[in-house]
Design a protein around this ligand. Structure first.
Ligand SMILES: [Zn+2]
Length: 277
């Protein structure tokens, strides 16, 4: 399975054609928010123009055949808890969301949204129950095992068999740009053991490896997307059922928001997914 780009007018997002439910890993392109939040900002709490974000939800949902009034999201806190949600969890946009980083549902018509800007968005889909999950995994969620937690939660809530699950690992900061400290390396080795060693390097991975640049003293490069893929494999998802985006948010700052580049004066892209097929 491979990611593919979709263009609908000005709207640009990526998705995996083999995953037969409405879903989008969004870019900055195709919305109405302005300035440092231009244009498809999905971060409701990040902008002065909340009407622009609501219009962005409408634009995105319209392209996917979804209802912008049926989106569940959370105030993300870099945890690994995964909550099963239904339309009872819908709240008005001007009320604060509960904290959380993982959402799953089997309710048709309901959409799940996680926000990212360098962090890794993870999608799970079970073709038997029809359930989906949207997970937010920054470096902490990644090394704390959010990917495995997501699979465990889907098995428990919907009776999924991991070998049936389809998974997509979306655009995020790449191994070319994610330079991390000793605590991240230690946590990565603790989570994945020797298998983590191939995903940690003193040199940037990919094209940057030829640049002569080395990680600063005490730091290293970590391939967060490959780390999440390794966790999905360990949880029992077959390799052919896992798609990995090759896009780095930090290398493409006109197309994606990057926390490491833009800091806090930025919008958020995200993953929107719904069981409705
Ligand atoms: Zn990069």
């Amino acid at each position: 399975m491979q990611f593919q780009e979709v263009r609908r007018g000005a709207l640009v997002y990526t998705m995996v054609p083999e995953i037969p439910v409405p879903h989008a890993f969004t870019t900055r392109l195709g919305g109405v928010d302005t300035g440092s939040h231009a244009s498809l900002n999905l971060g409701y709490t990040r902008t002065a123009d909340k009407h622009a974000v609501l219009e962005n939800y409408r634009i995105l949902c319209s392209a996917l055949g979804l209802n912008e009034n049926k989106i569940v999201c959370r105030r993300q806190v870099h945890g690994t808890r995964v909550d099963a949600v239904t339309s009872r969890d819908l709240i008005p946009w001007d009320e604060p969301s509960p904290e959380g980083d993982g959402l799953m549902t089997d309710e048709k018509g309901l959409a799940l949204l996680v926000f990212t800007a360098d962090c890794v968005p993870l999608l799970l889909y079970d073709p038997v129950s029809g359930a989906v999950a949207a997970l937010h995994a920054g470096w902490r969620g990644t090394v704390d095992g959010m990917a495995e937690e997501g699979v465990r939660a889907m098995v428990k809530a919907y009776g999924c068999d991991p070998k049936n699950l389809l998974a997509a690992i979306g655009p995020s900061i790449g191994p070319c740009c994610f330079e991390a400290g000793e605590e991240v390396k230690e946590a990565a080795l603790h989570r994945l053991g020797a298998a983590a060693e191939a995903l940690i390097s003193p040199l940037p991975f990919g094209p940057g490896a030829d640049s002569g640049y080395q990680a600063k003293e005490g730091k290293c490069f970590i391939d967060l997307k490959a780390f999440n893929r390794a966790l999905f494999l360990r949880a029992g998802i077959p390799a052919e059922n896992i798609a990995v985006s090759n896009e780095c948010t930090r290398c493409n700052v006109d197309r994606y928001w990057s926390y490491r580049f833009h800091g806090n004066a930025r919008g958020s892209q995200g993953l929107l997914v719904s069981p409705r097929g």
